[in-house]
Design a binder for this molecule. Structure first.
Ligand code: ZN
Length: 231
């Protein structure tokens, strides 16, 4: 049996599947990987600064101009998002995503943790009101109170939401199979979630390049899109 066939069999047998997803799951929907040099960053200022709390507070114009380039409201879920939703027909599917584009939600998945937040969830930093994303994309000033509006995403220098961490840990401990898809799995603390799986639980990785992982795993090298297409 090939590794791809083994991976498919493990997925079909598991009653509780926990999937960790990254940028490679969104690129087939036309969303560039903002960490890649060939992506939207090329030739720009240090992206870590443009996505930092300091930039938001001290140079809101600069923050806003860069931040707006990350929005792709027209993007639709692709075959990976759709198949993960379909798998809910006969198993519990938990998704922990690094992506901030809400495509797993658009596909209708039930159990999704946005580990780094969600661009489409915006709020005013002064009065705390939720602000429709359409308004934020027109202006970052809250028209009701004059406060600064921002997306509910985790910026550099900011901590993760405690709720996201505890839900993710729960999803890892209940998994019968862990799958890592479309991510090099190098971003900490996202990559440390792996330590919360039970020791006997297998790990399947689907990524364009092999990843570094201490735990034994079944590596399927190739596009996640192809893998899910044939699932
Ligand atoms: Zn306000």
């Amino acid at each position: 049996m090939s590794d791809v066939e083994k991976a498919r069999q493990l997925i079909h047998e598991a009653e509780v599947l926990t999937v960790l997803t990254g940028a490679g799951v969104s690129t087939p929907s036309g969303i560039p990987d903002y960490r890649s040099l060939t992506g939207v960053y090329h030739g720009l200022e240090n992206p870590e600064y443009l996505l930092s709390h300091t930039c938001l507070m001290t140079e809101p114009d600069k923050f806003y101009n860069f931040n707006k380039s990350l929005y792709h409201p027209e993007a639709e879920p692709n075959v990976i998002h759709r198949k993960l939703k379909q798998l809910e027909a006969d198993k519990t599917v938990n998704i922990i995503t690094q992506n901030i584009d809400q495509l797993h939600h658009k596909a209708g998945s039930t159990n999704v943790v946005d580990f780094h937040g969600n661009l489409y969830d915006c709020y005013c930093t002064s009065c705390g009101a939720s602000v429709p994303v359409e308004e934020y994309l027109e202006s970052y000033w809250h028209h009701e109170c004059g406060g600064l509006v921002r997306p509910n995403v985790v910026l550099y220098e900011e901590g993760l939401s405690q709720e996201a961490i505890s839900r993710s840990v729960q999803m890892m401990t209940e998994a019968e199979l862990v799958m890592i898809a479309g991510t090099s799995f190098q971003v900490v603390p996202f990559s440390t979630l792996i330590q919360y799986k039970r020791p006997d639980v297998p790990v399947v990785v689907v990524n364009r390049e092999p990843i570094y992982l201490f735990e034994p795993h079944l590596m399927v090298t190739g596009s996640a899109e192809d893998f899910f297409e044939k699932l």
